[in-house]
Design a protein around this ligand. Sequence first.
Ligand code: HEC
Ligand code: HEC
Length: 331
Amino acid sequence: MSSSSAVQIGRPRLIAVTRWNMRGGTGDIRWASLIAAALGVVISIFLGLWWVTAAVPRFDPHDPALRSGNAAHGRLVFAAGNCAACHATPGQSDPLELGGGLALASPFGTFRVPNISSDATDGIGSWSVADLANALIAGVSPAGQHYYPAFPYSSYTGMRLEDIEDLYAYLKTLPAVSGRPPPHDLPLLFRFRRGLGLWKLLFFEDGRSEARLNGDPVHDRGAYLAETLGHCAECHSARNALGAIKPETRFAGGVDPEGTGFVPNITPNRIGHWSEAEVAAMLRTGETPGHGRVGSSMADVVANFSLLQQSDRDAVARYVKSLPPRPTPHP
Ligand code: HEC
Ligand code: HEC
């Protein structure tokens, strides 16, 4: 402005032109500042998104408070968590060969379950207890990246630290398996793990448990086993377009996460006539009161739950029988 007015004073004959220039000049400045402001907004949105989507580990990887625990108990945690159903190498009979490789189909592409054997390079043999806790509770890898929720940490996030310490000790006793499965087969858009930060903002809160407690120790133990370790709702619920469980369908059944078949409603709407003892017995033998043995992915759950103490199966049965009735969602 000041240089333009200097021009006006010094060269009066150019006034008209200068006026025109002045107008043009302010227009340019206005455009420039608009563009700068827009860029600023874009950059701040980007930085904001970058910031809110960061993968934040819950524990320091060298946290001395986290120690390897009791492997014998860890075996039961491993069974209740059904870890082998996904992580055991397909095509061989040993459920304790955790070389991974199972292909998990989903609406978002195919996930390849990783090697979690004690192999130091291909598995998780070099991990600390805190690394395992960060994976299970925060869904964050040692490299500081988000995991896909195809790994059911949305349920495991409620795990007790002592259980993770025991699980860690048990995993150490299992054989090292070398080799890494191929990478996930996902469309380009879903390959950026950073984007999972948005998913987590919407659907995940680390440490949050969906367990409804009522002070009865049997019921509350069942709540922990069903909601957290056994992650029953991960299969027995319907999911929204972004792959998160629809809360109103929790335990009410839904399309199999792999898209094959329908997982039944296990609220009183469907199994209200089962007694607690019948639910507990099914978890040991697979036998249902009315229609034979359960099959497909439930057979793995039963194989694992049959290893637990009877009191744990009883506890799950009490919790399941206390679920609020919910209508089966339409597939
Ligand atoms: C429904 C299948 C499924 C179950 C059950 C499951 N996982 Fe996984 N797990 C996955 C998938 C898929 C990934 C890969 C996630 C990713 O790449 O973001 C994974 C990743 C992991 C990782 C990270 C490995 C790495 O190399 O970074 C660990 C550790 C792990 N799981 C441990 C467990 C344990 C312990 C259990 C049982 C308590 C368990 N998982 C149960 C599917 C499963
Ligand atoms: C990996 C997925 C998966 C998980 C995890 C899972 N279920 Fe199932 N469940 C199924 C499938 C699939 C069926 C149907 C089996 C069949 O049709 O033979 C089933 C069947 C059942 C049934 C029989 C229902 C009926 O009407 O016949 C009950 C009860 C049950 N599950 C309870 C549980 C409990 C309790 C848990 C948690 C401890 C659990 N499920 C965890 C997949 C799962």
